[in-house]
Design a protein around this ligand. Structure first.
Ligand SMILES: [Zn+2]
Length: 300
């Protein structure tokens, strides 16, 4: 059920702006002429320097497609912010048994990182979720940033530094909603990094629980290069895995991951796709990583 073969077989022919070729290779529809075979797709594009200059998404359309897929497959929608210029929703899917593990999954907090919301859309449309895993999903926290193809929201706030003393509407409303939810066994946060030479993850696991980190990297390596640098963003890295020492009290500005680890979970992964690679490769990498975590929760 989790093999690469099945992934292709169950993949819809159209996900957002992604179109799938007959051979199972992926192409971005409407962008530059990306390679349509695996080998070429594994090379850097060498065009993202100084910031992200890659494909953008019609975020309103992606949000609508996410809602349609979620409604079609019975997810509960919580619209936690509704304003004239901004609407944010989360989606919940209970474990079939009522006793299952709880996974939190969020994406799209940086408006120049489109692979996260597209991966969420792909996962929803594919609709494969283990019966014994409940999922709390926040598919796109920063739609106004996506409209501008920039990291911050339209007011210039980096939402992923706003979780300690929040001033943005997005984070304030997100915190109100998440405060009403149960704790999670594991949290996944989907990001992208235009400087990276491959996929990497931050793992926060203070209780040293059994970890799927190595499995994530092993499986993602089948579809996307891995970042093998020994230092990433000033953190020590090994095989694409960074295990930062978080000292929340010392940090004046909290990212979502620090809020989560202090309040809602004891195990989180921030997943970073390399955005100087084709968008389809990054989406596949995120989907593969989420699949690996679902598998680990399912069999735990
Ligand atoms: Zn990011």
């Amino acid at each position: 059920m989790f093999t690469q073969k099945t992934w292709f077989a169950s993949t819809p022919t159209q996900v957002g702006n992604l179109r799938y070729s007959r051979q199972g290779c992926l192409r971005y529809d409407g962008g530059p002429a990306h390679a349509s075979c695996f080998d070429d797709a594994m090379k850097r594009l060498e065009k993202n320097k100084g910031s992200y200059h890659g494909e953008t998404i019609d975020v309103g359309r992606i949000q609508r497609e996410i809602r349609i897929a979620a409604q079609a497959f019975g997810w509960v929608e919580d619209c936690f912010l509704q304003a004239d210029d901004l609407a944010l929703s989360a989606y919940r899917r209970a474990a079939g048994s009522g006793q299952g593990k709880r996974l939190y999954l969020s994406a799209g907090i940086h408006g120049d990182e489109p692979a996260g919301p597209l991966a969420v859309l792909d996962l929803l449309q594919r609709n494969w979720w283990p019966d014994d895993v409940g999922v709390w999903l926040v598919p796109c926290l920063n739609p106004t940033g996506f409209q501008l193809n920039r990291r911050e929201n339209s007011s210039g706030i980096d939402l992923n530094r706003d979780y300690r003393n929040p001033v943005s509407r997005e984070v304030q409303s997100h915190l109100r909603w998440i405060g009403q939810q149960p704790s999670f066994d594991l949290a996944l946060i989907l990001h992208e990094d235009w400087e990276a030479n491959g996929y990497y993850v931050y793992e926060v696991n203070p209780d040293e629980r059994v970890s799927p980190a190595e499995s994530i990297l092993k499986n993602v390596a089948q579809v996307c290069p891995i970042e093998f640098a020994e230092t990433v963003d000033n953190w020590e890295a090994r095989g694409g895995i960074i295990r930062p020492k978080l000292l929340p009290g010392d940090r004046p500005k909290w990212p979502e991951a620090v809020y989560l680890i202090t309040t809602k979970t004891r195990h989180s992964f921030t997943l970073e796709a390399p955005s100087d690679f084709p968008l389809d490769v990054r989406v596949r990498a995120h989907v593969t990583a989420v699949d690996t975590v679902l598998q680990s929760l399912h069999s735990a």
